[in-house]
Design a protein around this ligand. Structure first.
Ligand SMILES: [Mg+2]
Length: 421
């Protein structure tokens, strides 16, 4: 049985999510902005055709946007997260092995299929994902993950949206004109280095001597070369294992001066970290709290500082984390500065059932707290994120990032469900 990997990639994912709930956007130029509305991070085909580049700063493209009536959205990450989960759930029905690679990409193991079945199976996956979630996807298949990625590039430009790259003569023809920079894991910096030694296309790398590559460069490049030759060096990696550290941080929409506002923001991030800890069934023994001013601001010196706060008992309790994070903030706060970013990071994680109960902790109280937090998570899961939150996170959250052009919370708020007239 020859290994077959399929890479499924959602087309213009963030824009596609917006289109699912606002069908009138179909055929129109649409872009989605990064947090704080800084630059374009997703573009519809119509927007790409206007010459709007990936990562273009908003202020530089204002003219094009106005002239062509481009629809502009702030990023709505909770919507994209929910839509991503729907796509991945759907993909799971097509193979027992799924690897979620990013918010809009996943690998499937299709080794059990015969070669002549691959294209029609891929077309079927595209059809069902579009039907069940509304999201269009492109599918590339190959005998290694790297070749599946290459095939996906072609699928994106192909009218069928699915491309199978398994025949040796096809592989050679495609790789001969495939720029190294586009190969998975290589990028611009490396492709520049490799061009000095005469390697310019994916085919050049696939033909190069593996030992020489490993000695001259590194093992990971040698693995890429092997994968381009059709020899798999990595497999489908089921579910991502628990994270070793957890972070929550964000830039402010406008700079923040007041200690009270920073306290709210820090509490908000501590609460998010606690929630993520409970989700992956971990506890933390160490928090890192950090703040910084704007490094690009002309006036005033740049200030950045952080503080490690050890917890007496490893915890996943929101109240405990908020208290510790606030204590950390007090130590690093400097009055009179314009702060641009704060965050909280949980380090030294352990599994929640590896923690011995201390004799200084009342196990009855602990159980009560656990039940309370479980209820909190359950209610927020049922009625939408942040339906219930700790008052110290602030009610109005004036320090929140600017999301002036955000679409409604179509998937999380009953009052914002799309209307059908
Ligand atoms: Mg994509």
């Amino acid at each position: 049985m020859n290994p077959i990997f399929a890479l499924i990639d959602c087309n213009s994912f963030f824009v596609s999510c917006e289109k699912v709930f606002q069908p009138h956007l179909e055929g129109q130029p649409v872009i989605v902005l990064s947090s704080n509305d800084g630059c374009a991070i997703a573009r519809s085909n119509e927007a790409k055709a206007l010459g709007i580049q990936m990562g273009a700063p908003l202020f530089k493209i204002q003219n094009i946007l106005r002239k062509n009536r481009v629809k502009v959205f702030s990023s709505n990450f909770s919507l994209y997260g929910d839509m991503s989960a729907r796509v991945m759930e759907t993909l799971k029905t097509f193979s027992p092995s799924l690897e979620v690679y990013s918010i809009d990409e996943a690998f499937l193991d299709l080794s059990s299929l015969r070669e002549e079945e691959l294209f029609s199976y891929g077309s079927q996956i595209r059809k069902i994902v579009k039907l069940w979630t509304g999201i269009p996807v492109s599918i590339g298949m190959g005998s290694t993950k790297t070749l599946a990625k290459v095939a996906n590039h072609i699928a994106k430009k192909h009218p069928f949206g699915c491309y199978v790259l398994t025949k040796l003569e096809d592989i050679e023809e495609v790789l001969r004109t495939f720029p190294l920079q586009e190969v998975w894991g290589i990028g611009r910096q490396w492709s520049k280095k490799l061009s000095y030694v005469g390697l310019r296309t994916a085919w050049d790398l696939a033909q190069a001597d593996i030992d020489w590559i490993r000695k001259t460069f590194n093992l990971s490049l040698a693995r890429t070369a092997l994968e381009l030759k059709g020899l798999p060096c990595s497999n489908i990696e089921g579910l991502v294992s628990s994270k070793k550290s957890i972070i929550s941080s964000r830039s402010f929409g406008k700079s923040v001066k007041s200690f009270e506002d920073l306290q709210e923001a820090i509490s908000f991030h501590a609460s998010k970290v606690a929630q993520k800890l409970r989700q992956q069934k971990s506890v933390t023994a160490l928090l890192n709290v950090f703040i910084r001013t704007n490094p690009f601001h002309a006036e005033g010196a740049y200030y950045t500082n952080s503080c490690i706060v050890p917890l007496i008992f490893p915890s996943q309790d929101t109240a405990v984390l908020i208290k510790a994070a606030r204590a950390g903030l007090e130590k690093i706060f400097n009055k009179g500065l314009d702060y641009k970013k704060v965050g909280v990071m949980a380090l030294s994680l352990a599994s929640e059932d590896q923690i011995p109960v201390s004799i200084f902790q009342n196990s009855k109280d602990l159980l009560k707290r656990q039940t309370l937090l479980k209820t909190l998570d359950k209610l927020n899961g049922q009625f939408g994120r942040d339906s219930l939150f700790f008052a110290s996170e602030g009610v109005h959250k004036t320090w929140c990032s600017k999301v002036s052009l955000k679409s409604p919370s179509f998937t999380q708020d009953w009052t914002q469900l799309p209307r059908v007239r």
